[in-house]
Design a protein around this ligand. Structure first.
Ligand SMILES: [Zn+2]
Length: 154
């Protein structure tokens, strides 16, 4: 069952206990970041290429636009991108690289991960392995910490 925008927004206001990923109706993701774009920045071409290389796919097949929370690793000064989140999930064996490639290249479906009251998943810097902490959160309300055309973490 696909969730509507209103259902997702309701969950962001009254977060479920556990962090979970939901399939959503088309158009939901486009509306999420526009509420608070200030903390998100668009990824540049080189960053999308780096993500594509990691997923072993042509960058043109990835459904952008890619947005990510504006953050720099305090340990190695790497600029955080979508790749850090993807690599963290793969390394933690939460998802396979194939699954994530499918999600980010899917023509039909879209997903939103809603951070639960468990605080969500820690993110690890793809370069140095430093754990990126609370600085990744943009602040209350409706927001997305990173998103693409087919996926958002909110
Ligand atoms: Zn780092």
């Amino acid at each position: 069952m696909k969730l509507s925008y209103d259902e997702i927004v309701q969950m962001l206001r009254d977060r479920p206990e556990r962090t979970r990923t939901y399939e959503v109706e088309s158009g939901v993701i486009e509306r999420l970041p526009s509420d608070t774009p200030a903390c998100l920045r668009p990824m540049d071409e080189d960053e999308v290429q780096e993500l594509a290389d990691y997923l072993r796919v042509a960058p043109s097949l990835l459904h952008g636009p890619f947005h990510v929370v504006d953050h720099t690793c305090s340990s190695c000064a790497r600029t955080t991108t979508f790749l850090d989140f993807v690599k963290t999930a793969v390394d933690a064996r939460l998802h396979s690289r194939d699954t994530l490639r499918s999600v980010l290249t899917d023509d039909e479906a879209a997903w939103v991960t809603v951070r639960g009251q468990d605080g969500g998943r820690p993110v690890v810097c793809a370069n140095c392995g430093n754990t990126l902490l609370g600085a990744l959160k943009c602040g209350g309300g409706e927001y997305s910490e990173y998103s693409s055309g087919t996926y958002a973490y909110a």
